[in-house]
Design a protein around this ligand. Structure first.
Ligand SMILES: Cc1ncc(COP(=O)(O)O)c(C=O)c1O
Length: 397
């Protein structure tokens, strides 16, 4: 089968680019002496997670219990929820998974830790828990410099049913782009990576000095992860502590945001949306407008640092040549609207490829994606862990 035979819009994954991305991040992990525990929210694919494992990944990261259920059912034995788990229903489902796999999760509040303790101790079980730390992103996690972090760690260490296994952060501020006018992208990514490592070490070293139980080099996890910050990651240690694992997700595909941030090149972008040109005309100002059959429902409305419009247009669909001046300026649900100054080198019925702004949410729009090599379709990969949020028939229970 060839990509011309596929219905559009659909998602293509270039096998060689994917392979190169997997190998590059695995090499980074090995060079820095950390485990690569990839975040599977990007691809939600059992096949892809197996390829990551075959290349050396140790354990998986997930964001949701739904994802955990899919990957444990597929035989993955070490699954970390990089998310504060709150709610008795979630804990009950995780406990069922803990019969078959090593399950760990995050807490970032005393209330969340106490509820987790009640759930796990109440069931006569013990869970590995990581305290989520905020190293500057401003999302969940206790700020690294705040006394509340140590208070929470002591509480987790003392609560029945919980074992304080480490600290975890997502340095999502790497997505904000350079903050100083004079700083270039590469410099900004190195700074975020350096700050992330330093702040995680501050926490671990500080807790150990303060006598928080279980905080010992070697036995205590220091988990960081985002794709852009990995471009500047150096595993500096202090007092015996080092970062123990990295959890990037997006790196398997990359996207227009990673290119905007300077953490990937267009040639590293493995995921594209294949779309058909459905209409073309001149607008009253004389500019040529074109319309694609790919709108918000596949490209999503996400932007990202350094992106321009709703993805980068490549032409033609086979050679993946970037089309320098084409812009996807607007989206409605099923339409992508674009302009090409000077005229579009494609006609109604032609196919184009688009590197999306945000690969992870783009994948989540599809039931399957197509692994391709040039214009040959190798196989369809199911997006196994999407669309599972229903209460009937969950996991065969
Ligand atoms: C908690 C957590 N860990 C790891 C990641 C992976 O980061 P990236 O998508 O930049 O690879 C994310 C991304 O959202 C995250 O939220």
């Amino acid at each position: 089968m060839f990509i011309d035979d596929l219905p559009t819009p659909c998602l293509l994954i270039e096998r060689r680019r994917l392979e190169a991305n997997l190998a590059r991040m695995q090499a980074t992990a090995e060079a820095q002496g950390v485990a690569l525990r990839p975040h599977v929210k990007t691809h939600k694919s059992v096949r892809l997670a197996r390829w990551q494992r075959e290349r050396g990944a140790r354990g998986l990261t997930v964001a949701t219990v739904d994802e955990a259920e899919v990957f444990v059912a597929a035989g993955f034995e070490d699954v970390r929820l990089a998310y504060p788990v709150v709610g008795a229903e979630r804990h009950a489902r995780l406990q069922r998974l803990a019969d078959r796999a090593r399950i760990s999760f995050c807490v970032d509040t005393v209330a969340g830790a106490e509820a987790a303790s009640a759930a796990w101790a109440g069931a006569g079980r013990r869970a590995d828990v990581l305290v989520e730390i905020d190293v500057g992103h401003g999302r969940t996690g206790v700020p690294w410099h705040h006394a509340d972090a140590e208070v929470l760690a002591r509480r987790v260490a003392a609560l029945p049913g919980l074992c304080l296994a480490g600290i975890l952060t997502h340095e999502g501020q790497a997505y904000h782009g350079p903050v100083h006018d004079a700083e270039d992208e590469a410099g900004a990514l190195r700074r975020v990576a350096r700050e992330t490592v330093g702040r995680m070490l501050d926490v671990a070293v500080g807790w150990r000095a303060a006598g928080v139980p279980g905080v010992e080099p070697g036995a205590f996890a220091l988990s960081i992860g985002s794709t852009p910050s990995m471009a500047g990651f150096e595993n500096a240690g202090r007092d015996g502590f080092r970062i123990t694992e990295i959890r990037p997700g997006n790196y398997v595909f990359n996207d227009a945001t990673q290119v905007g941030l300077g953490s990937a090149r267009w040639a590293d972008c493995a995921l594209t949306v294949l779309a058909t040109v459905i209409s073309k005309r001149r607008d009253p100002t004389g500019r040529e407008r074109f319309f694609l059959d790919a709108g918000k429902k596949v490209l999503t409305a996400d932007g990202g640092y350094g992106t321009d419009g709703y993805g980068r247009l490549l032409y033609n669909a086979r050679t993946m040549t970037p089309l320098p001046h084409a812009r996807l300026t607007a989206l409605s649900e099923e339409h992508g609207w674009g302009v090409v100054p000077g005229g579009a080198p494609f006609d109604v019925g032609d196919r184009v490829r688009i590197v999306p702004n945000h690969a992870c949410v783009t994948v989540h729009t599809q039931d399957e994606v197509y692994l391709v090599d040039g214009d040959t379709v190798i196989e369809a990969l199911p997006v196994d862990a999407r669309g599972r949020r229903r209460i009937s028939g969950r996991g065969g229970e």
